[in-house]
Write a protein that binds this ligand. Structure first.
Ligand code: SF4
Ligand code: SF4
Length: 475
């Protein structure tokens, strides 16, 4: 059956339409050195209202050196205008690696019989969360495999409750984002009621034919059910959703167009695009050799993708994980990344206990193995402000309310003050001496960059209160 492209449709084959993607790629290729058109698109992008997938695809394909420099410079400028020099910190928390799916790129696939299978008890979750709080984390991304027997929704809900309930010393997890398999509207409603931040689900690949081959068995094999998950999440009341693809599985140009079409679909139907976009690249893991996937992308292409996403969806946060090395992170941070993980463990129970070599259960090899303190120190050394802010959803700023504040630029009045106050908490409670010294100096300097005098005065007061031991101030 032939489907027609329709961003307003709720059918995956229509809002991620294969023919439309193929035509887009063809159009981009034909115009890759069409100077006039590229200038026109860049001018449109300078209005900071984003770009259509077709326009963005032309920029991604552009091979004119001077225009590419303009693309990078514009991405950098947009990043500065919308996100300043702040980088929000988070960590993943793996609850269980039991999984009934057959994803060929993931070591947790059901046929992998030699990987140790683990599922945390509520007490083990407590221990993991205490370890995370002791590092200084306030924002987590929960991860589990799909397994209705071992990891039913009730287990996930109970775990969220456990996590929010743990207050160790001055620590607290203030935002739990959840990355679990596509599920029903009813289950999304339950997650919303449990107080989750963002619901994250990676599409892996938008190319349906490849998707079906890469997911040969298990419920995830159902491409349409998976691709329409964000629609069900929205219907269940979750208005902050996080999209992403696993770069390396299919041709990156295809994925890029699909990703933006997904964002356009959510915007067209629900009035709000994705809250975040993640840009993972395939990594080595138990039973997984990334060389087998011949669509891997090099660092130059990766940087271009990050820059073009930044330009195409300026209001959408962009997440980079410890899959990427320090060097690669340094290269793309300024092009548009707004959130990174630090000190991550990608195995079940990995924060409490490092796994012995022959019992590895991590989902992928971490490239950036530094501690959170080292990452925070490194960011400040490059003049970034590491932020542990979780304020928006706690203040009810989600979905279209959040997006309208972003679009009007008003959110900026909250982000910088919150970044400084949460960084100060981190410095007082968890930082090494050197990090603390650097951080206090940075806060003093950045305080002067808060434009409104009244806000500056309040923040200065809260910073003093934090020094006295009070916590959790926010705008
Ligand atoms: S990617 Fe997710 S669903 Fe697929 S095997 Fe891994 S844990 Fe299971
Ligand atoms: S104020 Fe909102 S948008 Fe800004 S950093 Fe905090 S949670 Fe994110």
């Amino acid at each position: 059956m032939k489907y027609a492209y329709n961003p307003k449709s709720k059918c995956a084959d229509e809002f991620i339409n294969h023919e439309e993607i193929m035509e887009t790629l063809d159009y981009a290729q034909k115009n890759r050195h069409n100077r006039e058109l590229i200038d026109e698109i860049l001018n449109k992008a300078r209005e900071r209202k984003g770009l259509s997938h077709r326009d963005a695809a032309v920029l991604l394909d552009c091979d004119l050196e001077d225009k590419n420099q303009e693309i990078f410079a514009l991405a950098e400028q947009i990043k500065k205008d919308f996100y300043g020099n702040r980088i929000v910190m988070f960590a993943p928390l793996y609850l269980s690696n039991y999984c009934v799916n057959g994803c060929v790129y993931c070591p947790y696939h059901a046929k992998n019989r030699h990987i140790p299978r683990k599922k945390l008890t509520q007490e083990e979750i407590r221990q993991e969360v205490i370890a995370l709080q002791d590092m200084g984390h306030k924002r987590l991304a929960l991860e589990t495999g799909e397994d209705p027997v071992n990891n039913p929704i009730e287990y996930v809900l109970e775990s969220i409750k456990t996590i929010y309930g743990i207050k160790h010393k001055n620590g607290a997890i203030r935002r739990v984002n959840v990355n679990i398999a596509a599920t029903t509207v009813e289950n999304y409603r339950k997650l919303k009621e449990a107080g989750i931040g963002t619901y994250i689900l990676f599409q892996e690949t938008y190319h349906k034919e490849s998707y079906l081959k890469l997911h040969p068995t298990g419920p995830k094999h159902d491409y349409n059910y998976h691709t329409e998950a964000m629609d069900r999440a929205m219907e269940g009341g979750i208005d902050d959703v996080g999209c992403g693809v696993l770069f390396g599985l299919e041709l990156y140009r295809y994925e890029f167009a699909g990703l933006l079409m997904h964002a356009e679909h959510l915007e067209a139907v629900y009035g709000v695009g994705p809250h975040t976009i993640s840009v993972p690249r395939i990594r080595r893991a138990d039973d997984i050799d990334p060389e087998v996937f011949d669509n891997g992308i090099d660092d130059d292409t990766f940087a271009k993708i990050v820059a073009c996403i930044r330009i195409a969806v300026p209001y959408t946060g962009m997440i980079l994980s410890t899959r990427e090395s320090q060097k690669c992170r340094e290269r793309v941070l300024h092009l548009g990344i707004s959130q990174i993980s630090g000190g991550s463990r990608t195995s079940v129970g990995g924060y409490v206990q490092e796994e012995p070599e022959d019992e590895k259960s991590e989902q992928f090899e971490v490239s950036d193995r530094r501690t959170l303190d080292e990452v925070v120190n490194w960011l400040m050394g490059m003049d970034y402000i590491p932020s542990f802010c979780t304020a928006c959803y706690r203040e009810g700023r989600t979905g279209d309310r959040f997006m309208s504040l972003c679009k009007s630029g008003q959110i900026q009045n909250c982000c910088l003050p919150n970044a400084l106050m949460t960084l100060k908490e981190y410095l007082m409670d968890y930082a090494s001496e050197d990090t603390k010294k650097k951080g206090l100096k940075l806060i003093e300097k950045e305080l002067q960059n808060i434009p409104k005098e009244e806000v500056r005065r309040i923040v200065a007061h809260h910073l003093e209160e934090i020094e006295k031991g009070n916590r959790d101030f926010r705008f």
